[in-house]
Design a protein around this ligand. Sequence first.
Ligand code: FE2
Length: 182
Amino acid sequence: MNFNIHMGNPGLYKILKWKTGELIMNAKILNRRTFLEKGLVATVTLGISYLSPYFALAQSPAKKETDLFKQVNLARDPDNLQGLELGHVPQIKAPDSIKPGVPFEVEVRVGKKLHEMIPAHYIDWVDLYADDIFLAKFILTPNFTQPICKVLVTVNNSATLRAIEHCNLHGLWEGTKSIKVI
Ligand SMILES: [Fe+2]
């Protein structure tokens, strides 16, 4: 705005003053509208952020099966795995017969259909026993490992190898295999 113009021309000054007032009013309306719009966007964003875990749970095909955490789950029929058993019952690979004191390899694989290892659903550990003798523990990390664990074992007596795994959503599962010392 040119000061000299409005001092020398009162009519123009009035027009400019009126126009300035209109501009200020428009700016206020704009600010109010912008404020309301931004507020609405922020409210919707916050609401979505707050509720997203519930949406994720509702949409996720995998949810925590609390009943499975009440016991160690076993296959109803180890030769005919069904449903969750397919991805959870540990499969033990080891020789049927071994010599006393001679190390042999034991491989534990979680699931006949290998269990997934993503942050939302994964196997976090696997324990291995010979009868009630603790042999090994494997701690696993999703994204970076697969639930296939190998270890060399030495036993002196025939035993049942027992592998117990823990799934973050489906609890504890046990698989077994008998070995004979000859
Ligand atoms: Fe699972």
